[in-house]
Design a protein around this ligand. Sequence first.
Ligand code: CDP
Length: 234
Amino acid sequence: MNNSTERKITIAIDGYSSSGKSTMARALASAIGYRYIDSGAMYRAVTLWAMRNGLVAPGSEPDVERIVEGLPLIDIDFLVDGQRQLTTLNGEVVENEIRSLEVSNCVSPIAAIPQVRHAMVAMQKAMGRSKGIVMDGRDIGTVVFPDAEMKVFCDASAEQRASRRFKELTDKGAQVTYQEVLDNVKTRDHIDETRSEGPLRCADDAVRLDNSDMSIEEQNRWLLDLYHQRVSQS
Ligand code: CDP
């Protein structure tokens, strides 16, 4: 548990799609009593809104102009339900829907729209104003919290990441193939790395973690050790 007399820091965890960021970020936040924010859920919620309004579909280009016009109509929030955090879109819990492969197949082109990024980044910066936060994403250490005291960048092989995500989706009953998930992981990585605004990039001062051969317990312990080091240095 976090010692309340300890100075609170900001923790940024970035990395490739399905690299286990959210699992380790959530576990760390819970262990140290910090707030956890999944920034990817926010881009997924915007994407779901655009899908429901016919402004994007798998395999077609998003209607950028109408999505940007619609941004003021999109209210994204998080409800805390015990250990879980549920993403809401205009007051409706959309946690399950935003995790579908359909949303994954549409999200990266929408997350590449500069105006969408500006709106999400402004909300994320506001959430982190009083520190004591763990946020995961693609640009947290580079754009959202460039001054974060602790930055981690996660990676693992594309095949390893796809098999983890495939298991997660099929455990929930989704009808998907491993190949579809692998293709999605690779396509998103490419779009996320090559966009002009806030591309997926390891911050110069981030610690890199390749968790291909690590269990969840091992990666959680590794992250907690790093947190204790950072707090003792700050
Ligand atoms: O959990 P997973 O790795 O599948 O992805 P996510 O964190 O839910 O993010 C979904 C998508 O949102 C990513 O592929 C990016 O296109 C976008 N994203 C982003 O651009 N910037 C962030 N800070 C977080 C996510």
